[in-house]
Design a protein around this ligand. Structure first.
Ligand SMILES: Nc1ncnc2c1ncn2[C@@H]1O[C@H](COP(=O)(O)OP(=O)(O)OP(=O)(O)O)[C@@H](O)[C@H]1O
Ligand SMILES: [Mg+2]
Length: 361
């Protein structure tokens, strides 16, 4: 799946780009390179914390703060690459599958898609950026092709491009977060039986405010949801229990400087609650769709950076669970400390998928 929402689309192959994830808590940058023999290498990455409320629920609330943080992050990355691939939150994008005659090409196809979009997208065409991708022949009518149409509110695209430009960089690809996550998933799917073929796989990215749920069947996305639960809940609990601000809680949690009772009195109950929220989300999926079971759970995001979380979730849901490292099959460059990368990897899931866009053909 590739979208670009009317950004400059040069077709030059492997133009150097870096992946940029503008998330709730941080700006995340990842640079990958081609290590040869079909392997990628992680060259550099940065996680630069954002001021509180600069980004909320996928909206850029404070453009200047986000641009400043991006500028700092890019300097810290130490790269020369100024082109970035970034993404819109899945909730800001409407997608529809439509049909078009297989004989249409180029501008004729674009016109046809736009006319169709007018019918199926519930916004005025002046208010949205449109993009589409031909998926292949239609299974039901042999003379048509199936097209995935995507529409995003213009201001959502423009805000993100403005941040990138204010930081002195260039927005080159505008993807969707769930697609970027899927790109990252595809190159580690070999960790699953049959590489995920014929299976139902739930990718659950636990961020600060929200759990981003993307369920795949036979490696195609069939269910996308956001669920209001994330790592902030843990910080709130720490604040309450130990009388700290949420900033102090965050820092103490990461440094491991909390009192001994933290493990049993705060972390353990949080882990149980998280597992229960995941079980509930999956139950909602199986009761509201044709799918009866989930075969695998893959966990990502900073909210799952808890030792033993995979076992707790597996036990609670009765489903095999893995915390994913999107870099598992990649080489690691000399600028990176492998231990730090392993620790940060789950929260770089989306940024990694975006960085992989460099290698689209
Ligand atoms: N090393 C860590 N140990 C424990 N918790 C962590 C760690 N790193 C991040 N977190 C927690 O993970 C959460 C942030 O995760 P993540 O970076 O995936 O979120 P995000 O991408 O900013 O959010 P979203 O995707 O919803 O925009 C925060 O609540 C933070 O406290
Ligand atoms: Mg995230």
């Amino acid at each position: 799946m590739q979208l670009n929402f009317n950004l400059d689309w040069l077709t030059a192959k492997s133009l150097p780009i870096i992946g940029l994830d503008i998330s709730t808590t941080a700006i995340k940058l990842v640079e990958l390179s081609d290590a040869g023999k079909g392997m990628l290498r992680v060259e550099r990455y940065v996680i630069e914390p954002l001021p509180k409320d600069a980004v909320t629920d996928g909206n850029i609330a404070n453009l200047d703060q986000v641009a400043d943080t991006l500028r700092t992050a890019w300097k810290a990355l130490g790269t020369r690459i100024k082109y970035v691939a970034l993404a819109l939150p899945s909730s800001a994008v409407i997608t529809k599958k439509i049909l078009a005659p297989a004989s249409l090409k180029g501008i004729d196809l674009e016109n046809q898609v736009e006319a169709e979009a007018n019918q199926v997208i519930p916004f005025s065409m002046d208010e949205v950026n449109l993009d589409f991708q031909v998926l292949g022949p239609s299974p039901s009518s042999p003379d048509d092709v199936q097209i995935l149409l995507a529409a995003a509110r213009k201001e959502k695209v423009e805000d993100r491009v403005a941040v990138v430009e204010a930081a002195g960089l260039k927005a080159f690809i505008m993807d969707v977060e769930s697609y970027a996550a899927q790109t990252a998933y595809e190159q580690i799917a070999d960790q699953l039986p049959n590489s995920g073929a014929g299976q139902t796989v739930a990718i659950i990215d636990v961020g600060a405010q929200n759990m981003h749920i993307n369920i795949l069947n036979n490696n195609e996305s069939v269910y996308l949801r956001e669920h209001g639960f994330g790592g902030n809940q843990l910080n709130n609990e720490i604040s309450r229990r130990f009388g700290m601000s949420s900033e102090e809680a965050e820092s103490a949690k990461r440094k491991g400087t909390l009192p001994e009772s933290y493990g049993t009195e705060v972390l353990q109950p949080y882990t149980e609650t998280l597992a229960m929220e995941i079980a509930r989300a999956l139950q909602l999926f199986t009761t509201s769709t044709q799918y009866q079971t989930v075969d695998h759970i893959l966990l990502a995001g900073g909210g799952v950076m808890i030792p033993g979380i995979d076992d707790v979730v597996a036990k609670r849901t009765g489903t095999p669970t893995l915390v994913i490292n999107p870099f598992a099959n990649m080489a690691v460059g000399t600028h990176i400390r492998p231990q730090a990368l392993t620790a940060d990897a789950p929260s770089l899931f989306v940024a990694c998928g975006l960085a992989m866009r460099r290698f689209d053909s």
